[in-house]
Every structure is written in structure tokens, then in C-alpha cells.
Design a protein around this ligand. Structure first.
Ligand SMILES: *Cc1c(COP(=O)(O)O)cnc(C)c1O
Length: 453
């Protein structure tokens, strides 16, 4: 192991220097991929020096998500205290299903879940789990809602038409999950949004009434804290009132921006969160931990047991169920995704997490101010969003983003809302400084000057 640890340090140093010197790796055409790097598997072993060279080649060519030129997705950067925790989790290699096998790591996950439940005002009976991604958190929420509506579905299967509601700007996983849950994709209603991409509560109410009139069974509403393109926040208070009247489960998908719960200045964006039945958040987005760290909590933990526990005497042989986390998780064997968030949280405290969140809004304001002060730009995003959406000189966002990538200048993506396609700059990397933000715009402008658009 010592040799490989040494090799690891060498490779990690190499990666860090590449991130600085070549922040956007040269893209390899998929048709040439297998000829460019020796990734084929053979009968014979690879000698150490070749192995190392190949690894370096792979590192050189891999997109650099921690570089200061990466704005492409809803994650990015590297907060070293969180990475440290994940490296340790790999070395420790526990599986989180039982206390016997994971020990104190179970306590670490439970502390994180409890702290989040307390922070959002969920009360004594709440609990949660860590799932393999925000999409799977939404899946778990819909499953709990289905079983809360009718527990017999677990054994008998579906016999009624259950209807779920989510806004037309929400994450695609909601529709996809409806097929896994057994209600069917066509039973997901896409509720209209306002000009900011926020769900219209009156449209939700109308839809529910229409479905009730048809004899269908509304059971679940998905609200979003930070929509994937614009970063919009649905009005939880208003939506919760409608859910209460019609006895619907309310889930708040905070995968992108649910971490505003850590900020005194921005937690108003999820006002009413205590009124929801479940809430999910990706720590690997706004909190900057390595992928993935997706947390789902529910106000009444009985729903977790109702939907996810199964007896297995070959597995659960010791300790009380509250410490055997396999009883409330989607998976059986489960990697330790808690430790990376804990090492970060423990080292910076609540105040540090708050700074991380606030800084992203600060950076977004820097970017928006720059755009507003320059008439070559058109701004599409709103305040209180860390997705800064814009166009430059009327150039097609699609071709601009693609060319910036092909020429190894910047990694940034585009999105569409109401017929407009625009560049979506995500200010989620807290290692990015104001000067880097301004450099982003300069790089883009110089590139446009030097190319034909
Ligand atoms: C990213 C995102 C998801 C999906 O999370 P994964 O961890 O990528 O599965 C779900 N909902 C919203 C709003 C998101 O932004």
C-alpha cells in the first residue's frame, strides 16, 4: 500500500498542477478515444512505469472539474477538508448498513441527518438517509409518499391512478421516477410556472381539482429549491397550504440550492420548509463536497421504515435498528458518503458552511453586475440565483459553449427557458475569486473577437 500511497501523492500533485496550467483539458474525439490513450484491457499485466505514465495521460485528458475554468455543471471546485474525508472513507471502506460493520461512521451519518432535521424545524420524529444522488432522493420521496397514500401497494401493486405534480421547470428525475414507482410517467402533471420559473400555486390547485373530478388520486407534490436551469425557488408556504387541503405529500427538491438552509441571509428562499414532508439536498453541489453526497430527510421516520425496511437475518444480527442504517436505505451495501461532509462541517462549523453558501451568491452578484453594466450582454437570470444566464452579442449560446470547449478555453453549458437559449454560468465553486470571475468574461469576449461567429 505504501508504494501506491506514494504514487497517489505524486499523481494528485500532477493533477493539481494540470488544473492550474491546463484548466480545460484538450477534448478527445470519441472516435479517436481508444487510439489516443491505452485504456484497453489485456491478458498480461502492465509494468509499473507504463502504468504510471498511462495514469498521468488519463489525468491529463480528464475534464478538470476543480479548475477555475469549469462552470459547466451544478458542482465544481475542491474543498480540501471534504476531499480528505472522502479519501479516508475509501481507505476505511465500511458499508453503512449495520453498526457492527460501520461503527462510529453510523454515528457520523446520524449526526448530519439530525443536524439538518433540527435546522429545518422537522421535530423529534424526523430522520433521513444518504442516497446515491439527488434523483434517487426524489425517488425515495415519491416511494414514501406512495406508501403513505396506500401501504398495500408495496405488496399488492398499483390498482388506482395516482397523480404526482411538479413544475415544468423541475428536474427530469421526477418524471423518470414515476415509472420506477409504478404510477407511470403520464401520471405526472407538469404545472405551469411564472416568468421566473417558479411553480404557480393556482395552476397546481386547478390541476388537482381536474384530476379529482376525473376520479384520480393526487398523492404527491414535488417543489423545487433551486431549479436546474434558472435556480428558481418555488413558494413552499403557498404550495404546502394546497397540499394540506388535499392531503398530499410535499417533497422539496433542494438538490441544487437546498443548502440555503445554512445561511441567515438566504434561508428565506425556503421559508415554510418545516411544512414539507420530505426535503433533499446535495452537499456535492452548494457545499462543495466531492460527488456524491445526497441527503434526504423526512418529518416522520416511520415512512422510511415503511418503505425501505426488510428483514434479513443474515445481515441484521446485532444492535438496535436505529443504528442499522440498512433498514432505512435504498441500497444494501452502501458507501460512506457521510464522512466527507462531516470532515468539512466539523472543521469549518455552521458558520463556515454559511460562508460557503453566501459566497456563491456574492460571486453571482459580481457576474450579474458585470453583465448589467455591459450592453453587449443580455441577462436572463434573477437575483437570488447562482445560475447566471446570459447571451453575448446575440451569439448562439450552443455554438459559443461548444467552441469554448473545443478550443479548451472554458467549460460552461447552456440552458433554455421560454424559447430563449442562453449560457448558464454557475457560480458554485468557492475557490473562484472575483478576478477569476471577471477573467471568465474577458476570456469569452477575446474568444468571440478571435473567432468567426
Ligand atoms: C442536480 C439536481 C438533481 C439530481 O441530482 P443528482 O445528484 O445529479 O442525481 C435533482 N434535482 C435538482 C433540482 C437538481 O439540480
Amino acid at each position: 500500500m505504501h508504494d501506491d500511497l506514494k504514487l497517489f501523492i505524486e499523481l494528485a500533485e500532477f493533477l493539481i498542477s494540470e488544473e492550474t496550467n491546463n484548466p480545460v483539458a484538450i477534448p478527445i474525439d470519441t472516435k479517436k478515444l481508444y487510439d489516443t490513450i491505452d485504456i484497453e484491457l489485456h491478458d498480461e499485466p502492465t509494468i509499473d512505469d507504463t502504468f504510471k505514465d498511462t495514469l498521468k495521460e488519463i489525468i491529463r485528458s480528464t475534464p478538470k472539474t476543480a479548475s477555475k475554468a469549469f462552470f459547466n455543471q451544478l458542482f465544481g471546485g475542491r474543498i480540501s477538508r471534504a476531499t480528505l474525508g472522502d479519501l479516508l472513507a475509501v481507505m476505511l471502506n465500511n458499508s453503512m448498513y449495520t453498526y457492527k460493520v460501520a461503527g462510529v461512521q453510523v454515528g457520523i451519518e446520524k449526526i448530519i441527518l439530525q443536524s439538518i432535521c433540527e435546522r429545518i424545524g422537522y421535530g423529534e420524529n424526523s430522520d433521513g438517509t444518504i442516497a446515491p444522488g439527488g434523483s434517487m432522493c426524489n425517488y425515495m420521496a415519491m416511494l414514501m409518499a406512495r406508501d403513505a397514500f396506500d401501504a398495500s401497494i408495496r405488496n399488492e401493486g398499483m390498482s388506482k391512478t395516482l397523480i404526482a405534480y411538479t413544475s415544468d421547470t423541475s428536474h427530469y428525475s421526477v418524471t423518470k421516477n414515476a415509472s420506477f414507482v409504478g404510477i407511470g410517467r403520464h401520471q405526472v402533471r407538469s404545472v405551469k410556472t411564472n416568468a421566473k420559473g417558479e411553480m404557480l400555486p393556482e395552476e397546481l390547485e386547478l390541476q388537482i381539482k381536474e384530476d379529482l373530478d376525473k376520479g384520480y388520486h393526487p398523492f404527491f407534490v414535488n417543489a423545487t429549491a433551486g431549479t436546474t436551469v434558472l435556480g428558481a425557488f418555488d413558494d413552499v408556504v403557498k404550495i404546502s397550504q394546497i397540499c394540506k387541503v388535499h392531503h398530499l405529500w410535499l417533497h422539496l427538491d433542494g438538490a441544487y440550492c437546498g443548502s440555503v438552509i445554512f445561511s441567515k441571509q438566504y434561508k428565506h428562499l425556503v421559508e415554510g420548509i418545516a411544512l414539507t414532508d420530505s426535503f433533499s439536498v446535495n452537499a456535492h453541489k452548494m457545499l462543495g463536497t466531492p460527488l456524491g453526497c445526497s441527503i434526504i430527510v423526512t418529518k416522520d421516520k416511520k415512512h422510511l421504515y415503511q418503505s425501505f425496511s426488510n428483514d434479513a437475518d443474515y445481515l441484521y444480527q446485532t444492535d438496535d435498528d436505529a443504528f442499522n442504517l440498512g433498514k432505512t436505505s435504498l441500497q444494501c451495501g452502501r458507501r460512506n458518503d457521510a464522512l466527507k461532509l462531516w470532515t468539512l462541517w466539523k472543521s469549518v462549523g455552521n458558520n463556515g458552511l454559511e460562508k460557503i453558501v453566501d459566497y456563491q451568491f456574492y460571486l453571482a452578484n459580481v457576474a450579474r453586475d458585470y453583465i448589467r453594466s455591459n450592453s453587449d450582454y443580455t441577462l436572463y437570470s434573477f437575483d437570488n440565483s447562482i445560475s447566471v444566464c446570459f447571451n453575448y452579442k446575440g451569439i448562439s449560446a450552443e455554438s459559443l459553449c461548444t467552441k469554448l470547449y473545443e478550443h479548451s478555453k472554458l467549460m460552461v453549458g447552456y440552458g433554455t427557458f421560454r424559447g430563449n437559449t442562453f449560457v448558464r454560468l454557475v457560480t458554485i465553486n468557492t475557490q473562484v475569486e472575483e478576478k477569476d470571475m471577471l477573467l471568465f468574461f474577458k476570456t469569452l469576449e477575446n474568444f468571440v473577437d478571435s473567432e468567426d461567429f
